[in-house]
Design a protein around this ligand. Structure first.
Ligand code: 8X3
Length: 250
């Protein structure tokens, strides 16, 4: 990892934040991307390796390209891209869902991930080297009630990952994905629009994954020998069998 240029989207919290800490501890030089500049600065202040901040919303197509194209030379040749930004908004049947929630999920989880990838690719293509690690979800492998659009967005991440792997195969660029199940981050608070009670019910009486558990797998994938691609990982807490079968203590 020493000296590798690693871009992380959604670095201002949760899995992105933990991945930044974990990869910096191994000597990675980080490009920390997110919408909340103060949080990114807080993260940057505690890292001991060089880092650069890019403040933008992945769903804002014009800004994505402007920001990534404006990277200073020391950070412009990205070795590893971790497409982590994304969220769930609402948990409702299709006929009751809010269209603004749909737009937010498709704009960040799908279009945003694609824009960032497209903006980063030219330098990887020219050096015929690089690694893209996408954060999918178990929701991208299996649909659950009331999650149709969130699940659609994560199925899209899975399809895009597979398509990228095919397109980039001749260029020696690795493409991987991690699909986590229940992770205790801001995810459920955002999904339920700040309703802490509803969010707490998601993880009630089981031990979910922590952001650090996912960050450790990101590190493992990123550190694999050059000839090895850990292409697809479904990562669940022990208490979770699939999207709706969980072993709760009560
Ligand atoms: C997060 C996992 O099961 O809450 O992507 O959708 S789940």
């Amino acid at each position: 990892m020493k000296g590798k240029k690693i871009m992380i989207t959604g670095a201002s919290s949760g899995i992105g934040w933990s991945a930044a800490e974990t990869l910096a501890a191994e000597g990675g030089h980080l490009i920390l991307c997110g919408r909340r500049e103060s949080r990114l600065k807080e993260l940057q202040a505690q890292l001991e390796t060089p880092s650069h901040l890019l403040v933008f919303d992945v769903g804002d197509r014009k800004t994505v390209f402007e920001k990534i194209n404006s990277l200073p030379k020391a950070f412009s040749s990205i070795d590893i891209l971790i497409n982590n930004a994304g969220n769930a908004h609402g948990l409702n049947p299709v006929h009751k869902a809010d269209l603004n929630d749909w737009d937010a999920m498709i704009d960040s989880n799908v279009k945003g991930l694609m824009y960032v990838t497209k903006a980063v690719l030219p330098s990887m293509v020219s050096k015929k080297n690089g690694h893209i690690i996408n954060l999918g979800s178990i929701a991208g492998k299996e649909v659950y009630p009331n999650g149709s659009v969130y699940c659609s967005s994560k199925f899209a991440v899975d399809a895009f990952t597979q398509g990228l792997r095919l397109d980039l195969n001749p260029l020696g660029i690795k493409v991987s994905a991690i699909h986590p199940g229940l992770v205790d981050t801001e995810f459920s608070k955002v999904r339920f629009k700040g309703d802490k009670y509803k969010a707490s019910q998601v993880y009630k009486e089981l031990t979910p994954l922590q952001a650090k558990d996912v960050a450790n797998v990101i590190l493992y994938i990123a550190q694999a020998p050059d000839h090895v691609n850990i292409a697809d990982v479904l990562l669940l807490p022990k208490a979770q069998a699939n999207t709706y079968v969980t072993n709760r203590k009560s």
